[in-house]
Design a binder for this molecule. Structure first.
Ligand SMILES: [Fe+2]
Length: 405
């Protein structure tokens, strides 16, 4: 495996421009730096960008797969000039982009860039997960720029590149407004399982992409808004641990929101009067012991493979068996060695034995808990359930129904 292969050539701001950012206004908005890596030589390459809200930023990843006949793009990303120029080099060596796969029904952060990526590769077939939906307005896919003429639905219309790929569905799960479903891809030549949100692997070391700009880490490493952003390896790790807590639990247990007057008192201090420092506005207060609550999330030497807490508590709280069956299915993949998720760290070692071990841990432990870090997610789920937004039985709609595909 080779390390970072980022080109050293100077990039212009236009090379990183993403003009469609207002469609999903997430940090870093209209300028997206991309980290390009070859992760399995001659077989798999990844492009990573960061995305987030109020500097709670996590990596989001597109994986390029060598199908033997040409390339498959798995999980779209904004096709900036920077991304396209590295992709063009792969095309000249390994053949054209044959297909672009959107393997999730619900992940807006993955589907938002599909139309632009489709326009960048007008000859590629598009494959999408069944049950695409938009919120708050349910637009047909063609209205949001997904070209109907060359779009096929995974499972319903077949599956792409079956000579080198096996496809395994997780879901569908009825989440009220639409469905959760994702189709994982096992790429046999590289022995890598590609997933979207189903599993994540998290490490206590911040992902490499933050080397381009560690501002989100340093911003959240502080304890008050009047502290300057100070770059050090400790602060990067501290900030990363907090970002993981935010991304995992939305409102972690040890996070308090200080009163407005206190936030304002600490704002606009010298050295912090810039948009980069959000003018010192820092509406967070971490209670003692917060770091101890990351112990089940962050791996040290090896990244910890897990189901994201948001997924466990908000999507699968009443569908643990579905998740375990999926783990059982992926444990049958022959020779599996790697996991490549669309978020956090990738690739990480992952085998059939790892899938079984995870399934057994899940079977034994308290699933979708209500206490500690999970209390906010628990409250959200209970409210949605009470208001009838999410169903009590998330599988009822799909039982004995052809809606599965
Ligand atoms: Fe995602």
């Amino acid at each position: 495996m080779t390390g970072s292969q980022q080109s050293l050539k100077k990039l212009s701001p236009e090379d990183q421009a993403w003009p469609w950012w207002p469609l999903l206004p997430l940090y870093p908005y209209g300028k997206k730096r991309t980290l390009y890596r070859e992760i399995i030589p001659g077989q798999l390459w990844t492009f990573e960008q960061v995305q987030g809200l109020y500097y709670v930023a996590v990596p989001v990843r597109l994986t390029v797969v060598n199908t033997g006949q040409g390339l498959m793009l798995f999980n779209p990303l904004p096709p900036t000039n920077e991304l396209k120029s590295s992709l063009d080099k792969l095309v000249s060596t390994y053949g054209p982009v044959l297909s672009i796969v959107l393997p999730t029904a619900s992940g807006l952060e993955h589907k938002i860039s599909l139309p632009a990526l489709a326009r960048a590769f007008p000859k590629a077939d598009l494959w999408v997960c069944p049950g695409q939906w938009t919120f708050p307005i349910p637009f047909p896919s063609s209205w949001i720029g997904i070209p109907a003429g060359r779009t096929k639905v995974l499972l319903k219309d077949g599956l792409p590149h079956e000579e080198s790929c096996e496809w395994i569905s997780l879901g569908p799960i009825d989440i009220g407004l639409g469905r959760f479903q994702e189709i994982a891809c096992y790429h046999k030549p590289s022995k890598a399982l590609l997933v979207t949100d189903a599993l994540v692997a998290i490490n206590s070391d911040p992902p490499k992409i933050f080397d381009f700009d560690p501002t989100p880490l340093l911003f959240h490493a502080r304890d008050r808004g009047d502290e300057l952003l100070e770059d050090s390896p400790e602060n990067r790790r501290k900030g990363w641990a907090r970002l993981v807590l935010f991304a995992s639990f939305l409102r972690p247990e040890k996070l308090k929101i200080p009163p407005l007057f206190e936030v304002l008192k600490n704002s606009f201090k010298p050295g912090l009067r810039s948009p980069t420092a959000h003018f010192g506005v820092f509406p967070f207060e971490w209670e003692e012991g917060w770091m101890a609550t990351t112990k089940d999330l962050l791996g040290n030497r090896e990244s910890l493979v897990q189901i994201a807490p948001v997924l466990e508590r908000l999507v699968f709280p009443r569908a643990k068996e579905s998740f375990c069956s999926w783990l059982e299915n992926i444990s049958r993949l022959r020779g599996m060695r790697w996991l490549v998720s669309a978020h956090f760290t990738a690739p990480v070692p992952f085998s059939s034995r790892g899938a079984i071990k995870l399934k057994n841990q899940i079977k034994k432990r308290n699933w979708a808990p209500s206490e500690g870090n999970y209390s906010f997610l628990d409250a959200v789920d209970k409210t949605l359930l009470k208001q009838g937004v999410v169903p009590k039985d998330p599988l009822a709609k799909f039982r004995d129904s052809d809606l599965r595909d």
